[in-house]
Design a protein around this ligand. Sequence first.
Ligand code: 56B
Length: 313
Amino acid sequence: MVPCELTSVVRESSAWVASQSSHVFINQKGLEKVVDELNSDLHMDLWDFEGIHYFDGGPLTVQYLFVLDALNFCFWPDADLHYDHVAAGLRSALMADASTFDADRLEKFTGMDLRKILNWPRELPLEEERARLLREIGTELNRSFSGKAANLVAAANGSALTLVNLIASHFPGFRDHCIYKGRQVFIYKRAQIFVADLWGAFKGKSFGAFKDIQGLTMFADYIVPAILRHLGIISYSPSLANKVDSFNELPPGTEEEVEIRACTIVAVEKLGELLSAKIGRQVLTVQLDWWLWSTGISLQSKLPCHRTHTIYY
Ligand SMILES: Nc1nc2c(c(CN[C@H]3C=C[C@H](O)[C@@H]3O)cn2[C@@H]2O[C@H](COP(=O)(O)O)[C@@H](O)[C@H]2O)c(=O)[nH]1
């Protein structure tokens, strides 16, 4: 029996937000048009298509990915900084010194240490929050998992959903949730993306073997909503469209921001259902996310992404 408490809370609460949404809309016609035009030989084996991640086939890769996904949020305030700088920067740091992400060292990380190992010439966005999150994972890995993210993964016994659950219960910085119209909404973007990164890096084997990988939702970031909007799958109310297109910040937890994230999750679920029906086999949400994300990244300079200062995405 697959335990599905957590994805169902992400799916259920996002579906509820989408049903109440007044700023963001999912367009059935837009979904159908995209599916009609998609090729059935869609290339979806996209993990590390950029060739930027560390991989050695063992536990150090797991430690690297956990550190990476602890930092996988909010790059836009620095127009030159992107996810690939962080992924490749952490890889270089690890290759220069394999002990860089030992839990004892993570426990003591400062913002300046992080800036130095990433070789970034100025303050990183939310630099002190990033350093605090590294100290938090170092401390909790030492306290509960003998310092190793690999032990955290092993504790999930091959269940993606149990792993998301474990991460959310042990590491407060991964508790990506908010309140919408009085209800608690769960998104868990960085916890879910860590599981997906393991699955992608280890090609579904060893530390990446999960019997319920199909339980993950897409990872609600600021790139995928922009590509969905560009494709006509979601649309915004005139006032929200104006804010996003003028690069005004959307405060975290506002109805508009929560609706963007929740409707993105629901829209990608619907896209997956239609596409699976068309090609006659199950398309995993993870693969669909990577296809959308890689397409979005290639158009990023042309697509207005919503701007929210947050540690979650
Ligand atoms: N939905 C989704 N969002 C993702 C990723 C990834 C990277 N995943 C790796 C896995 C497979 C590939 O090989 C990737 O290398 C980053 N992001 C988000 O994008 C934003 C960064 O944008 P920019 O400011 O331009 O760097 C930021 O919110 C970040 O959290 C993903 O896969 N899916």
